[in-house]
Every structure is written in C-alpha cells, then in structure tokens.
Design a protein around this ligand. Structure first.
Ligand code: GDP
Ligand code: IMO
Ligand code: MG
Length: 429
C-alpha cells in the first residue's frame, strides 16, 4: 500500500487535474487538502470536459471516495452549484462518495466582498486574486473567528459565532465606509443551505484513518503551486494557504508517514495568472504563441495567463522545498512548433550569478535569467503514449530537466485527454 500527493510545482495550472484523474484509476480515495474554489482543474474524459474547483478530480470516476479536507476553505454556495453542474454531466455525487471535513472553514459573502474591495483599492498592491474571498477566509481561520462546517448544525451557536466574526468585520467595513453586515439575512441564507452541506460532513481525519487501516490507496490533490505558497512563494503575490505537500497532513489530519511519494506537476514552460514576479516571462510574440497553443486562459476567471520559458531554477527549488520525488511533465506538445527553446538555468542579480530565487520581492523583480538554448523538435507529439516515440530533441529537453532538477520523471503528458499520457514510473510503488 502506498499513498501519493500531487502538487503544482510552478504558479498553478500545471495540469494537476488531468494527472490526478489519470492516477485516480489506481486510488480508492482522493482528497483535497488546501485552497478553495480559486482552483480550476480541467479533465477531458471521453471528449467531455470537466472543470472542477472544489471537488477532488477523482469525483468523475466510479467507485471512488472524494474528500474535501479541513485545510480547504469552502464557499458552500459555490460547492452546491458545482455539485449540481457536475451531476448534470452524468456524475453521481452522494454522501456515500463525497465527504467534507466538519472542521473546514466556510467562505461567506463578506469575505468575497472584502477580497474585491482590496483588489480595487488604490491603497494596496493589487495581487490579481481570483476574488473568491480566499484570503479573507483564511485570515478569519487563523484569527479564530471563522465559521466552520459543523457550526451550521446549531443555530444558536451559529448566531453567537457570527456576532464574534462581525465584531471584527463590521469595524473594518466602517473604516472603509461600508454598511454593517445584515446578520439576519446571513443567518437566513446559511439556514437555507445548511442541511445540504451537513449531509456530507464528517470527521475526515477519522475516515482517512479507517481507510489507511483497510489498506486503501489515497491520493492527495494539491491546488495552486509551490510558487504561490504563502511562506515559500513570491510573497505577497501568493495565495493564502500552504501549497506544499506538507499541507496534506495539516489539511486532513493524517500523520506525515501517510504519504510515500510526492509527485510534482510541472508544465514544460511557465505560466502565471495574476500579478507578481516572473523572471522568464515573454512579453512578445513568442509568449503570445505559447499562450495560444497552450490555450492559456484561466479556468476560474478566464484571465489570459502570462507565459514564458521553462524556469529550471524555480522548479528545482520547488522540488527541494516540497520534497518532490518525481515529476509529471505536462503540455510538452505545446512546444512542438518552436524552432528554438530556452531553459533558465541561473539568474544574474547585481552582476553576480545565483542559482536560486531570493526571498526578497525587490530581488525577485531584479533577477535576469541566464538561458540555455535547445533545438526544438518541430514534430507532432500530441497523443504520444511511449517514450521511444518522442522525437530525439524532445527526449533531450526532458532529460535535461530531469538531471538539472535532480528528480525522476514519472509521467509525461502529451495532450489534454486522459489517454494522452506516457507512463514511466508508478508513484504508487
Ligand atoms: P490545473 O489547475 O493544474 O489542474 O490545470 P488547469 O486545468 O487549470 O490547466 C491545464 C490546462 O491544460 C487544461 O486546459 C488541461 O485540459 C490542459 N492540459 C493538461 N495537460 C495537457 C497536455 O499535456 N497538453 C495540452 N495541450 N493540454 C493539457
Ligand atoms: P490551480 O489549482 C493559478 C493565484 C491568483 C493570484 C493569487 C492569489 O488551478 O492551479 P487567491 O484568489 O488565491 O487569493 O489569489 O493566486 N491563483 C492561482 N493561479 N492557478 C490556481 O489554482 C490559482 N489559485 C490562485 O491568480 O495571483
Ligand atoms: Mg487551474
């Protein structure tokens, strides 16, 4: 028995959904452990496209258990709407195949509103958030005033907890010239959905313990990516959760010995959505071409993703920080038509060569990439399923990434469909 964590190794959107869906064939249980509906994971199965935000990517497979962990921030209205939408595509979702942590934090409309106010304010740095209320909800969690899933079960206690939360929020709103939150309406709105949410609610740490005892295989599905981690990412241009594999333990309540293999999902080039440093960004025709070929538009907000060359320095750093054993390299087919390819292998900072991304935002904005050039393969790789069918130059490019980042290659993805995959090493060893 072995369990696997899948995490993004860049700035998100590396293709985690597709790989989790592919791997979930071999898993019994699929668990989300951090983030919220800022995530957008796309799966293409039998020509049907599923865009998942809060639901784990294993939900589309039959006879699998999906779990939303306590580390996730849940907008209950967004979750119910997603369940409805995915059910319409023929997927069965019941309280037998979906469990949500009874101690997960809720995102309320006031969080979403605050996220938007900050983004629109001229007095704060625009982060380019997804405006889903993610940051404000996590703030309330660590501020010990969050409303959690189980709070929906007791109206009297809920009212008391909302008072405590509004003591904080109404004072902020007053200073921003906003009206007080309508508490009655909030309680009424929560009352309308509480039973629909509570029916999935469980102490999921206990469920996971039971699955472990039964030797079930568990797949932990990360959202975002290491460079958006609140501690290790390009702070403050990050999300508000820890996105590293380590978050799987706190975000579900299972011990560190639960996970045997950490799979980092890595895109064959680099993208970022939202503001913040991006050393290898291509603000030119090549960047536009990568974006066009890779269909690089955000799943959640439909924003155009910024595109650039592969940054091996950043991926190596992510592999170390997150303890990645092997990687799944995705979207290699997007590079099929480029004559020359470049990989960043170091930075110049104040005239000196460095081999890591410094923590200071000022330095992150100053670093200049040092590139190594590769001959493109100028051949179609879309849909290839065997390593030896890949063009020589594609093999060289991938081997370089493997050696530079000092990781194994588990999987190579050659297209958006489930079956467009080269499988080299089984993470479920
Ligand atoms: P996630 O957030 O990491 O799950 O990634 P997204 O779903 O936001 O973005 C990845 C996009 O790339 C989706 O549209 C996928 O369908 C698509 N995709 C995934 N793997 C591949 C691949 O190997 N090749 C191509 N061309 N598209 C891919
Ligand atoms: P998946 O799981 C890419 C980015 C936002 C913004 C920053 C903070 O699909 O890879 P937030 O709303 O989280 O407070 O926004 O983080 N961001 C993502 N970028 N993929 C994601 O998720 C993201 N989730 C958040 O664009 O820059
Ligand atoms: Mg995404």
């Amino acid at each position: 028995m072995s369990n696997v964590a899948v995490i993004g190794s860049q700035w998100g959107d590396e293709g985690k959904g597709k790989i989790v869906d592919w791997l979930s064939e071999k898993a019994d249980v699929i668990v989300r452990f951090q983030g919220g509906h800022n995530a957008g994971h796309t799966l293409v199965v039998n020509n049907i496209t599923y865009k998942l935000k809060l639901l784990p990517s294993g939900i589309v497979r039959k006879n699998k258990i999906s779990i939303i962990g306590n580390g996730v921030v849940i907008d209950p209205w967004a979750l119910l709407s997603e369940i409805k939408q995915i059910k319409k595509l023929g997927i069965k979702i019941t309280n037998k195949n979906l469990f949500i942590a009874d101690n997960a934090t809720l995102i309320l409309p006031l969080h979403k509103e605050l996220d938007g106010i900050r983004e629109d304010s001229k007095n704060t740095d625009k982060i380019g958030t997804t405006r889903r209320g993610i940051g404000p909800a996590y703030e309330d969690k660590v501020g010990r005033r969050a409303i959690r899933v189980m709070d929906l079960a007791n109206k009297k206690n809920l009212s008391k907890k909302i008072n405590m939360m509004l003591f904080h929020h109404d004072s902020i709103r007053k200073s921003l010239g906003k009206s007080k939150i309508n508490k009655k309406k909030l309680i009424k709105d929560l009352g309308k959905i509480s039973s629909k949410i509570l029916k999935y609610s469980k102490p999921i740490w206990k469920k996971i313990m039971e699955f472990k005892k039964k030797n079930k295989t568990i797949l932990f599905e990360g959202a975002q990516g290491v460079l958006l981690d609140v501690d290790h990412g390009t702070y403050p241009f990050v999300t508000s959760s820890n996105t590293l594999a380590g978050a799987a333990f706190t975000g579900t309540g299972c011990g560190p010995d639960t996970i045997n293999y950490i799979l980092g999902i890595v895109k064959a080039y680099t993208t970022r959505v939202g503001e913040g440093p991006f050393p290898t960004e291509l603000k030119n025709e090549i960047g536009n071409e990568i974006g066009k070929r890779g269909k690089e538009f955000g799943t959640v907000t439909n924003r155009k993703r910024r595109c650039g060359w592969f940054d091996a320095v950043l991926v190596k750093q992510s592999c170390v920080i997150s303890g990645i054993h092997g990687i799944a390299l995705t979207k290699i087919d997007v590079l099929d038509e480029f004559k020359d390819l470049y990989v960043c292998v170091g930075y110049k900072l104040n005239g000196k060569k460095i081999d890591y991304l410094p923590s200071s935002l000022l330095d992150q904005n100053k670093v200049k990439p040092i590139y190594k050039r590769f001959d493109g393969w100028l051949k179609n790789t879309k849909g290839i399923k065997k390593w030896n069918k890949l063009p020589q130059n594609a093999q060289k490019y991938i081997k370089f990434i493997k050696n530079y980042c000092d990781v194994r290659i588990s999987t190579i993805s050659t297209g958006p469909k489930r079956e467009d995959t080269i499988f080299l090493e089984n993470p479920f060893r």
